[in-house]
Design a protein around this ligand. Sequence first.
Ligand SMILES: [Zn+2]
Length: 329
Amino acid sequence: MSAAAGASAAVEGETVGRAATDRPVLALDIGGTKLAAGVVDPAGRIASFLVEPTHSAEGPERTLERLFALGRKAVSESDVDWSEIGGGGIGCGGPLDAERGILIAPPHLPGWRDVPVGALAAREFERPVTLENDATAAAAGEHAWGAGAGTRNMVYLTISTGVGGGVVIGGRLYRGSTGNGGELGHVTVDWRGRACRGCGRRGCLEAYVSGTSIAERAREAGLGVVTATDVAAAAGSGDPVATAVWDETVEALACGLTSIVNLFEPELVVLGGGVSRAGDRLLAPVRTAVRADAMRPAGETVRIVTSAFGDRVGVAGAAAIVYARAARG
Ligand SMILES: [Zn+2]
């Protein structure tokens, strides 16, 4: 870590440049379990896509070395020449300092503190590199080219190991003061409720509907299941305990989304992340509940859909933020 920190002083200025908006970008995504890399062009076409395990316990230097190698491989496996790549984008869970390209202390990467990932990537690739919160980036990707294309007001919610959010208001990405806004997973659904691992408070949406929390609640209820997918499958085959756990998941998600819909009155809510792959088992009852509970007219007009990019939303998003940042100037 000290070498990585030392490198920041030398190369920090390199992230200041803006990528060209008419060239493909190298997009990288740092998840708690998976690293992803791809080449994405200004029309949102994903020319290559590669994934490998994160192994974050190896520490930032070793993991970033593998991430950068994965990025180079993604370029060589695409039909885009390295000289055509205009810049890089990186999506990662916060907290982070998007302007300076620094990961502050992401809970999904234990032991990573103040890692200047933007500067390190800019030095590695000799191009400007943009860092953004991964859920904010995913919102940008869905808004630019995916389920939210053409919308003015849109909310993206990723439901996976944790729960993250991204918000588009008036056609523009809302980022907060330092790029840490839109943490919709920490909307409170029960202020005396379950402990939230992500932020330390109680009763956050994340503490009920993240994949981790669904599996945890199922085990507490006596089910011998491992993942949220197991719970959804057992509920689907009529297991009464799994059904109760799944119903609670639906209620918690509908409760959180109702507050979010009341807050933003979005035209569209896009759900991504592994848990959203449960599809209509999750979406159908959530749509009904939000429509019934949200204030009028917001609840009646909002559409709730799943991500258009699916597993590739992290890479699409990491590219979209490069173009969004370049356009912002
Ligand atoms: Zn929380």
